[in-house]
Design a protein. Structure first.
Length: 204
């Protein structure tokens, strides 16, 4: 009985969080990020304004909640990858498996963020977390310490390349096929893999 009650509470919390996220993101696209208030988000989601803070620290936290979910999922994928699967292989598989989850709303939000220098800067800071996770995973692959140059160069190259690919894809509402995604990311991964082999290990 206790487990059932706990399960119902967790489901209710998840539904409330999803309702808040959906309401906020749709309002951001419809009215603009700065023009949307927390009170309007709460009203659209059918909750009190105070309830928002039980799930998010503020509007920006809601705006980037989908990105954070992806970053967290990738972090778990890298941490739990099977023995013998290196970071670059796990990253490629993750991208191919998650790319089709992109929606039209995601595309519009990407354009909204790109058009605002402040939001773009804050997004880059959040993506910087990914660079740290990738560098740590690649260092583990190589069996080297945190001061080795190669993992940091590789992680920086990956994040920069994927940001560039995202900019090129911005404004396209058609979700690419797996073949198209692979054609875009495989040269990047091959380039980084070759760089890891060519770059001598030395302290950064």
């Amino acid at each position: 009985m206790v487990d059932q009650a706990t399960g119902l509470r967790e489901r209710k919390k998840r539904q409330t969080r999803e309702a808040l996220t959906r309401a906020a993101l749709e309002l951001f696209v419809e009215r603009g990020y700065d023009e949307t208030t927390l009170a309007e988000i709460a009203e659209a989601a059918g909750v009190s304004t105070r309830t928002i803070f039980a799930y998010f620290s503020g509007k920006e936290d809601i705006l980037f909640s989908t990105l954070q979910t992806v970053l967290d999922a990738l972090g778990r994928t890298l941490a739990e990858r099977p023995e013998g699967v290196d970071t670059l292989t796990a990253l490629r598989e993750f991208i191919l498996s998650s790319a089709h989850e992109k929606t039209e709303l995601d595309c519009k939000l990407g354009e909204l963020v790109a058009a605002d220098p402040t939001l773009s800067s804050h997004k880059r800071a959040r993506v910087g977390q990914l660079q740290e996770v990738l560098a740590a995973a690649i260092a583990d692959d190589l069996g080297v310490g945190p001061n080795d140059l190669r993992p940091h160069v590789a992680a920086a190259s990956l994040t920069a390349a994927f940001e560039m690919l995202e900019r090129q894809d911005r404004g396209h509402s058609i979700v690419p096929t797996n073949e198209e995604i692979a054609a875009a990311i495989d040269p990047v991964i091959s380039f980084v893999r070759a760089g890891l082999q060519a770059l001598p290990g030395r302290p950064g």
